[in-house]
Design a protein around this ligand. Sequence first.
Ligand code: NDP
Ligand code: 8X3
Length: 256
Amino acid sequence: MKTETKTALITGASSGIGEACARRFARGGWNLILLARREERIKTLATALASEYQVQVHGLSADVRRPQAAGMLLDYLSAHRLEVDLLVNNAGLAVGLEPIHEGFVDDWERMIDTNIKGLLYITRAISPLMVARKSGHIVNIGSIAGKENYPAGNVYSATKFAVDGLTKGMRIDLAPHGVKVTQVAPGAVETEFSLVRFKDDEKRADLVYQGFTPLRGEDVAEAVWFAANLPPHVNVNDLLLMPTAQPCATIIHRKT
Ligand code: NDP
Ligand code: 8X3
């Protein structure tokens, strides 16, 4: 029996967890729509995955902070007759690590606009299509920072607490329509995350992952893959995935 090829839309697919998800789902035979701001990266990845795994991959350059990006995405889906079975709301970032009284308003706005508003704009565009088809799955990438606070994590944590809350609310709203909603919330994952947080200070970023084995993007992608491939009657509501050496947000056991 031939099974229908599914399509995943992954935001923030140009690096880290999003790119690892793209690779995992392409390897699993899914068609992909990949979205990120860095056009060359996303197009190169799309071409490489399409050729390696013989799947359809669309690479789109867009900034999730702009509501127009969601409109552009809908136009693209309609023009190419694409249906989205899985939306992975992954695009996100931390900017800065200052205590609240020393924080930068511009940094706060970048995090709030990307991690909360960007997720909402894309969800608002895609979820009605899933509701109309009475099927679909949305996976939000949260964080241990959305479960527990840590020093100077303030606004980044608040955005991920918002993702945690939104995931629960979205699930309540979408369950009557047969649409699944899952949160995958990782601890420390070695990606470009710390480079972005520390504004390209490579030395400071490298220190974050020294002396222990952090998660890799592939580990998180495997969790998303697991959640996305369960039978229709089974949903993962929330999956907290930590490095073994990081039992909670504030403790990392490092070998010196
Ligand atoms: P990366 O910096 O490696 O990847 C972030 C991705 O998001 C990139 O592809 C980036 O692409 C994209 N992105 C950022 N801003 C925008 C935007 N405005 N519009 C579209 N795409 C955007 O970090 P991670 O892979 O680690 O981060 C992915 C998610 O995982 C984030 O939501 C993060 O909060 C979360 N997370 C990360 C953890 C970690 O320790 N690394 C732990 C827990 C959660 P581009 O720059 O090309 O737009
Ligand atoms: C990223 C993990 O602990 O650096 O969400 O906030 S942490």
